[in-house]
Write a protein that binds this ligand. Sequence first.
Ligand code: ZN
Ligand code: MN
Length: 464
Amino acid sequence: MSEIKIGLETHVQLDTRTKLFCGCPNEEAEGPNTHTCEVCLGLPGSKPRTNEKAVEAGLETGLALDCDIAEEVVFSRKTYFYPDMSKNFQITQYEEPIAEDGELEIDGNAIGIKRVHIEEDPAKLVHRGGSMEQADYTLVDYNRAGVPLLEVVTRPDFESPGEARRFLQKLTRILEYLGVYDRGSSSIRSDANISVGGGNRVEVKNINGTRGVEEALEHERKRQERVHGRGEEVRRETRNWDSEAEKTTSLRSKEEEQDYGYIFEPDLVEVEVESGRVEGARKRLPELPDEKRSRFIEEYGIEEELADSLITDPNLADTFEEASEEVGAELAASWFSGPIKKTLNYHEISYSESPLKEEWVVDVLRRLQQGEVSDQAAEKVFREMVEEPREPGEIIEDEGLARSRGDELEGYVEEAIEENDEAVADYRGGDGEAINFLVGKVMEKSGGSADPKEVRELLEENLD
Ligand code: ZN
Ligand code: MN
């Protein structure tokens, strides 16, 4: 296979409460154009103001990706016309991104991070009646205008489409750990540069999601190989990825960054980033996925495979730790890699998406350990908690899953008889009082919870 070079420019929507330059809510809206104001509609005279949380997210992401942090946060206007942008410019960072020159390791290969910056999302165009080319007309929804985006630009260090996908999976996991990304609602869109066999670089635009990146790049790789195969040169251009048709089509010959005529945004003040603030953010950084993975393997002695699956979801990882503390790592590991995983896989949901709660999971494992429920019953409780969410205690009662009290007591009686030959012989030899000793032993085994009268009757039945 010929040598491949891939670089990514990825936009991730940040999960902030409000938009980047106004107070409009950054959340799912009931109807189009309802989460809007004069700023995100770009009305004349409106003035933007910067969302501190978005800046914070940019800072933390930069640190998590081992970047150098800028000394000040400066925004610029990127000027171009497109109907999704009523101001005719996008507020972004150009001259000085919030973070640059970082690195992220993917399976032993260090991927260079060129820059990380913050910018606003444009509005959403809704093409009615088909794709952009076939639509009868197009609507504009400004709910998305001004949603904060984090743009991460890598160096062309990926050697395969699969590696690019794994990078995005790892990046979004880090952002999830930082609490700035919600995999359920935040969109992730990439443009990718790819050149095959030392030929010209082609930019593929509009790729959605993480898996989409691998698909689009595989297609473009094969297309470039076919061009080479015909003895032709690959044209340097921008191509559009059409995920439905599964092909790329030529959009335009590549424009250059300077064509956008960047100027500093005069309506926003420059924010100085003091070193104290950077240090504060560094201290606040949570334990990141790679660190957690190594610690889990060492601290709990679990298999790499289980560690990998636990860290995919920070909530799952937390629940595992809590469960290990309560019932021991061995029991927790076998249930997290077994029945719990099986139940989630069956419903094709992640732990975070499931109705399971940490206290419920721990409660079931505790009851299992104390012999209150059998393995099969505990498994059933997990299934029920996902299918018809309620507390484990309720499920056990509703479904009659507790080990029956009678069975338990019967067991204690048999044990007491087996373990106390002398008292048994005395009783059988006619010493009626000897049974009191045996009742005492059974009471002890039941932790004092048995009814002494019932115990006496059971003993008499068994001894006569
Ligand atoms: Zn607004
Ligand atoms: Mn961008």
